[in-house]
Design a binder for this molecule. Sequence first.
Ligand code: ATP
Ligand code: AMO
Length: 429
Amino acid sequence: MRKYLNEVTPETETAKVIGWVHEIRDLGGLSFYILRDRTGFLQATIVKKKAPEAVLNAARDVSRESVVMVSGIVKPTEKAPGGRELIPEEFEIISRAETPLPLDVSEKVLAEVDTRIDNRYLDARRPKINSIFSIRSNVTRALYEFMFSEGFINITTSKIVAAATEGGTELFPIAYFDKEAFLNQSPQLYKQMMMAAGFDKVFEIGPIFRAEEHNTTRHLNEATSIDVEVSFADHNGVMELLEKVIIAAYGAVEKNCQNEIETLGIEFEVPKTPFPKVTYAEAIDIAAISIDEEISYGDDLSTAAERAIGDEMGEHYFITDWPTSIKPYYAMPYEDEPEICKAFDLMHPKMELSSGAQRIHQHDLLVEQIREKGLSPDSFEFYLKPFRYGMPPHAGWGLGMERLIMTMLDLPNIREAVLFPRDRHRLTP
Ligand code: ATP
Ligand code: AMO
């Protein structure tokens, strides 16, 4: 039976493994073939005087990154990684890699991110890159498990839509027969409609599309959003839920991904809750202390301002009580102070992770807010109608998966957290 490489231990007697040839070292009478699969490495050692002729022929012929099957006797040895080596009795080339390789998988220093993503299938053979996506997979699983354990219903909503969600800009138009259509920026309107349907607590983990014009290290044109909506909850209730979700994600990685953390060589700590809260007004005061630019009340926070506040806070934190004027039309204004609203952002010291709010559930107020933003209620008719027939009060948030992974693993670029990034210049692979 075929074994994964990490299943071969110094105590194993014989093994048959399949892997990629990571490295070849030929010392004359002795040659080493470092094999690799997604679980680790194993050294196959060939003593030329003793090895069967067929093994010698195949080994001489093989190129790096070819797929091989090797079987033989396992010997404990201090000199090989993992304290064991495999002495091949069989060595079969299953799939040969051409030379030269477009990207050197064994190179310790990573190539430019563009070259790597052009050759993602090779790049992802590296243990570090594999670890990122293994962790992301664990986070996805933990999120589904957590949401189901909290009684949420999973929904899937359309990604082809007729109107913007998050304001008029940043939309990708698509060809849809004879109609105007776009790729959806957020499941916002749909998750709210499911509150009217009485689903009570819903979540969706799916793609969102935003025509971000600029190239930054924290924006993608196609991202994955973790979206949540809860009936009869206010902004405070869903902030508490968001904290729990962050802890569930980090907790799963701490529990299940110690090898990956070690491979990545990062410091990993589960954040402490509760996350501190600062109001928007306090946040701009904090930013004003350390940055030169003028910040007026009602301005969105610039990247520099976000960083200055993040440096000061030094941990995850919420920014609450935003000016109503800079949050989307669906955010609920405070009854006694309608210039500010029940919206919040969850921040990591380095960037925004999530936005959310208690929503407006009163039809007329919502129409008023849509007009206030210079939008036309007519294009939101399908969304507005449910608000006239028994819409419960509700609140929710959207959390960017790639930003969650990027900040969790201290990755320098959001493109590291997605297998096939879509950015201003990239449409392949
Ligand atoms: P979201 O749009 O979901 O709120 P975000 O982190 O993109 O998340 P924004 O409020 O859009 O937050 O932007 C915060 C700041 O980041 C902006 O004021 C701007 O300085 C900068 N920024 C945002 N988008 C871009 C972009 N596409 N290119 C360059 N800078 C940007
Ligand atoms: P917002 O626009 O703030 O809110 O998006 C929520 C979160 O999604 C992630 N995100 C992105 N990640 C990478 N690249 C992008 N271009 C990008 N755009 C967004 C961020 C961001 O914090 N409907 C609301 C959510 C709600 O209120 O429920 C919304 O979409 O991590």
